[in-house]
Design a protein around this ligand. Sequence first.
Ligand SMILES: [Zn+2]
Ligand SMILES: [Zn+2]
Length: 138
Amino acid sequence: MAEAFSGGCGCGAIRFVCSAQPLAIFNCHCRDCQKASGAPFISAMAVPSAAVTITGQPKYHSVRSDSGNTMSRGFCAECGSSLFARISGRADAIGINLTSLDDPNRYHPTMDIWTSSALGWVHMDPSLHKLAKGPPPH
Ligand SMILES: [Zn+2]
Ligand SMILES: [Zn+2]
């Protein structure tokens, strides 16, 4: 399979390659993304899980999402980089944080989701589609 893009964590212990183009690209302003990333929102893409090859061992932390699914976030236990998100109701897709790509400018978010919990000082691009709540991916 041809490589569409690659990336990894800050220390290099975890690397990934993806052979497919993103299914969706978004900024998620939900509280869970804020807490997990330490940033006002996460910019991420959903890609088909079968297209992603991960090397290294991400540590996963699971929480119950608003939809009742289990949301598992993968991060590097060495350097703490937030990398992946898996959701129990969507085994066919995996979320990848845009900031972990080797070329983080390669894809641009097309929507803001969970804007109902967006922080008041965050300036969102008015041209992007807005969803007060999910999906994707929650
Ligand atoms: Zn790392
Ligand atoms: Zn979120």
